[in-house]
Ligand binder design. Structure first.
Ligand code: HEC
Ligand code: HEC
Length: 245
């Protein structure tokens, strides 16, 4: 029952997000290359030479062109992940303040298909590596906000303190803190922030990690630890990380 509800949330979140999905922001047009205009004035160039010079000047101008605003690029993400990556819905992760290396590798895996996804594969394909990199840098500089402090979602599972307490014992026994340090408040560069994330989203992710049919990239040590945990225990853990501030 719980499981079914969550998957429906994912679907609803995806549909809503799909509606909000704006046309992709295009890179600013390269300004007219001044060198190209000057080319014909050079000492009697052949038309082939002039063409080559114009092409090179256009490439140089494109490289020198001011980059499209990273905030504008990241705007596309806001339709689902919330303004500046601060999620407003329980099945959608907050991504503001996540480490840039983590965001970059996750996006690259969505793009290549190595990481299973419902939506992100298609989204990630719309960006060059360079654009993704700028989006990741932008989002990583945004301040993390605990989801419960800003979201007013009727659908979100509220943190249950008794369950969070059980979750704390489980993560200590399983040594999750080796990688998710300070109870999920700090992390390595390749690890997502977990403290203050949605209960629902954390649970969805752990169910996906545990699901043998999905090949979600994950550290082997974590897979082994999560495999030992029952569905109820995973719920306790989701309550625990979500409860941390
Ligand atoms: C149409 C909705 C939608 C849009 C727009 C969208 N996302 Fe997502 N995102 C999702 C969903 C849904 C997931 C869960 C994975 C899946 O099923 O695709 C997700 C997962 C992610 C994750 C994984 C987070 C984690 O810790 O597991 C990252 C990172 C991410 N998105 C980044 C982005 C970025 C960057 C953009 C903008 C370029 C973006 N998303 C735009 C829906 C969206
Ligand atoms: C060896 C290091 C390591 C250990 C131990 C570990 N994790 Fe992880 N965890 C990671 C990494 C790396 C990721 C990111 C995986 C990816 O690329 O999606 C992750 C991701 C997660 C996520 C997804 C969060 C999100 O926003 O996408 C959850 C939830 C999680 N771990 C829970 C746990 C729990 C619970 C334990 C203990 C039972 C644990 N982890 C043990 C390294 C570890």
């Amino acid at each position: 029952m719980q499981r079914k509800r969550i998957h429906m949330l994912v679907l609803a979140g995806g549909l809503l997000g799909g509606l909000a999905l704006a046309a992709p922001v295009m890179a600013a047009d390269a300004p007219a290359a001044p060198a190209a205009a000057a080319a014909p004035a050079a000492a009697a160039p052949t038309s082939a030479e002039a063409e080559k010079a114009a092409k090179e000047a256009a490439i140089a101008a494109a490289i020198a062109a001011p980059p499209a605003d990273a905030a504008m690029l990241a705007n596309t993400c806001a339709g689902c992940h919330g303004t500046n990556g601060v999620s407003a819905g329980p099945s959608m992760p907050s991504i503001a303040g996540m480490p840039a290396p983590y965001l970059k590798h996750v996006m690259a895996e969505f793009k290549s298909g190595k990481r299973p996804s419902t939506i992100m594969g298609r989204i990630a394909k719309g960006y060059t590596e360079e654009e993704t990199s700028r989006i990741a840098d932008f989002l990583s500089k945004a301040k993390w906000q605990n989801v419960a402090s800003h979201a007013n979602s009727q659908l979100a599972t509220k943190v249950d303190d008794a369950r969070a307490k059980k979750g704390k014992k489980l993560v200590d026994t399983q040594k999750c803190g080796k990688c998710h340090e300070d109870d999920g408040l700090t992390q390595d560069e390749d690890t997502p922030r977990m403290a203050g994330q949605w209960v629902d989203y954390l649970l969805i992710k752990m169910q996906d990690f545990k699901n043998q049919h999905l090949t979600v990239p994950q550290p082997e040590k974590m897979q082994k630890a999560i495999d030992k945990l029952s569905p109820q225990e995973l719920e306790d853990i989701a309550h625990f990380y979500a409860s941390k501030r």
